[in-house]
Design a protein around this ligand. Sequence first.
Ligand code: SAH
Length: 248
Amino acid sequence: MDRDSQKKQIYIVGIGPGCEEQMTGQALAALERADVIVGYPVYLQLLGERFAGKEFLSTPMRQEAERCRLCFAEAQKGKNVALVCSGDAGIYGLASLMYELLEDYPDCALTVVAGITAANSGAAVLGAPINHDFCVISLSDLLTPWERIEARLRAAAQGDFVIVLYNPASHRRTEHLKRACDILLEYCAPEVVCGYVENIGREGTKAEVCSLAELREKSLNMFTTVFVGNSTTRVIDGKMVTGRGYQI
Ligand code: SAH
């Protein structure tokens, strides 16, 4: 964009689920170009040796606005800045907050670099669970009231969508997945095929296919993405598969 060419460019980079093989070429190029890489400490660790020579800056969890402002401040010093987010930066990441803060920094411009989000990296591990209409819902009520999350779960279940659940649990939120399953069970059969993947693209990847009734009993951690099938989702060769309706 011409109007931005004189401005200080900040790259907002989705680094995928965890390993370099799952980063896009565009993401790698943006990180190579950067003088400073800003991110949550865990994501900076995931970048590994390749970027060891870069300057790394971070702020703790819950200090996301400060982390974003740090990017603008570094860019204004004349540095090439890349803000990293896991997965895709525009899916429960910091891309929108960066745009919301942009008006305070009229000399800066933003470029978002797409990343592989947990929904599609996790889907590949499980087989083909989201190969028809699906929706993504976060169970975190940190920034969204629980009533709205419930309403979205109901709407998704009524629409017979495959549902991908992000943030199924945290240290504080241990009951959210159970509560979500109880709502879904009002509309869906207990046998509906579900699956979850923990640590996608990272050490200790673990995946399991189970029923909705079984999912309700699981205690999962925050590094897990959950998939709830629609009424046609099946298990084929141990994998979770949502068909598109081809006649074979
Ligand atoms: N921007 C990220 C999502 C951040 S929200 C993305 O696009 O993937 C954090 C949630 O994402 C986690 O609670 C989990 O549900 C999911 N997630 C992110 N990375 C993951 C991984 N490597 N393995 C499993 N789940 C992951």
